[in-house]
Ligand binder design. Structure first.
Ligand SMILES: [Zn+2]
Length: 251
């Protein structure tokens, strides 16, 4: 092989390595796969000092999407689906080119361990946000953001400049929305049998805070009661596609 040909192949190899692994200035040439890999991080700690993990997947130049599971501890299948979505996205990095997906599969680990809706202080995390419609009481918290679990979600929204939120719940079997997300809700419903349904703005909920107060599209993705009897793979096959489509298409 001639010296020139050798140089050509070495240069080619160098460019490929740059594209794959250090490609800040070469983004237009291709996805920066190193930066797209999953980062497993600690968001903080629950009332009972349980670690709350989250993952950041993707390259994030176009859209930043937050996916939450288990904000209510008695809705464990929401955590199952969020976990599976995390694994799927981290092994299919082409889905997250030009977007960042922040996933917290178990936002209320104390409630999840105890099988209760509330956190260890008896507060509903999804009523503890500083929305205009909040109602202060024992179950909602006597002020917004009194609980570490709600503070964590608020901080992730700010830190990652989130511009779409999908919060997975049970058991109402519908796609609810808050803020500028009606069109998104209908597009997601096109990928499954769940109907679009407005459940109403709950006081101090994430939908009321992030959707109405901050103006971020918020989907409350309510799995049906039947998921309680389904195995994890069936839940994945029936209910993952709308969420994956919203992420992939950046609706
Ligand atoms: Zn719920």
């Amino acid at each position: 092989m001639s010296k020139n040909l050798n140089r050509f192949f070495i240069s080619l190899l160098f460019v490929i390595i740059l594209i794959l692994c250090g490609c800040e200035g070469l983004q237009p040439l291709g996805p920066c796969l190193c930066k797209c890999s999953e980062k497993k991080l600690i968001a903080g700690y629950s009332v009972l000092n349980k670690q709350i993990d989250y993952s950041v997947i993707g390259c994030g130049s176009k859209k930043s999407i937050l996916v939450i599971g288990g904000i209510h501890g008695n809705e464990p299948k929401s955590t199952v689906l969020a976990e599976k979505i995390k694994v799927y996205l981290s092994t299919n990095s082409f889905l997250t080119i030009k977007r960042t997906v922040v996933i917290i599969p178990a936002a209320n680990p104390d409630g999840l361990a105890a099988g209760t809706r509330y956190n260890a202080n008896g507060v509903d995390i999804n009523r503890n946000f500083p929305a205009a419609n909040r109602v202060n009481n024992k179950k909602n918290g006597y002020a917004g953001l009194t609980e570490p679990e709600s503070v964590i979600i608020k901080e992730l929204i700010e830190k990652h400049k989130i511009d779409m939120i999908i919060s997975i719940h049970e058991p109402y079997g519908c796609i609810d929305w808050d803020g500028p997300a009606e069109e998104l809700a209908h597009k997601m419903a096109g990928h499954c049998k769940l109907p679009v349904k407005k459940l109403g703005a709950m006081p101090g909920s994430l939908g009321s805070y992030a959707g109405v107060t901050l103006g971020i599209p918020v989907i409350t993705y309510e799995l049906p009661e039947a998921v309680g009897q389904m195995n994890d793979d069936t839940i994945w096959h029936l209910y993952a596609e709308p969420i994956i489509a919203a992420i992939e298409n950046g609706y």
